[in-house]
Design a protein around this ligand. Sequence first.
Ligand code: TZP
Ligand code: MG
Length: 335
Amino acid sequence: MKNYQRIMDVNFNRAREGLRVLEEIARFLLDNKEITKRIKEMRHKLYFLLKENGYIFSRNIKTDVGAALTLKEENRREDYLSIVQANAQRVSEALRVMEEFGKLNGKISPKIKALRFQLYEIEKELSVLILPPLPDYPLYVIVDPEARKKNFLSFVDDLVKNGAKIIQLRAKNLMDKDFYSLGKKIKKITKGKAIFIINDRVDLAISLDADGVHLGQDDLPIGEAKKFFPGKIIGLSCHNEKDIFVAKKQNVSYISIGPIFKTRIKRTKKPVGLDLIKKAKREVNLPIVAIGGIDEGNIREVFDAGADYAAVISSLAESKEPGKKLKRLVGKARK
Ligand code: TZP
Ligand code: MG
């Protein structure tokens, strides 16, 4: 086998493996038939292209000096998005190499180039669709400076020190610059310990480089938010069956349902009750965050109805010992 033919062969394998990873993501994580089909077709096209041009050989691992070289960062991926990016890069590099060396034979190169451009499209689409999951921890803590006026930052710090893994910042009436500077402080507190979600505002979530954004029915549409904030957690508030039905088609990380019980924070909203959690559980295959009037006395009920997370504002904000209260709530949630 000529040396450049070995290069073609090795890079074909590289591209094929990377495409397979992307295909599994489209198929199993996104349930996206259309993208799955396109990736599969790319794999097949590439195979036949190389075969027709006499490039499919078996790789000789024993004489390949690069076989044992693995870079440190190849052993660790932060999230699904970085898996998409790393594998798309691998495929595009492999295609690029085949494109260059394929020029020695004339015919194959433009066809490989076309595949490389198809891959860029697929990477873009997957990056927008792929969403990281919420941590496996039952309490979704919402911190709101209006609900906790005293020592707000040490309140947040106490919660994180006591194990909170999800912190959402909700501040309906702060000016942008104040929201931003408060967000920066909370980001520091949560760094490496809890994920940090911004309520309502995609622009602030982007500038704070938060882990996610939580949107309501009247906020920026989910599709738009995903375009600007790819690879991040996106949650959507649902208040009725129709909202849930629509959310199902939007590929969000989770939906919140509420207010489940009566709450002072959303006085005007009529409680939707536990039944809506049960209905959502039957209807969608998305994590469900129950919200509204949840405290130690009723937290068990929302989990029994099928919720995966319970979101709380007042029950922690009004507590004298929020960290301890958090632990009690978690204990009840896990029973
Ligand atoms: N959305 C539905 S109910 C609610 C929001 C933001 C308020 C939840 O606050 P609390 O104090 O936990 O009832
Ligand atoms: Mg909102």
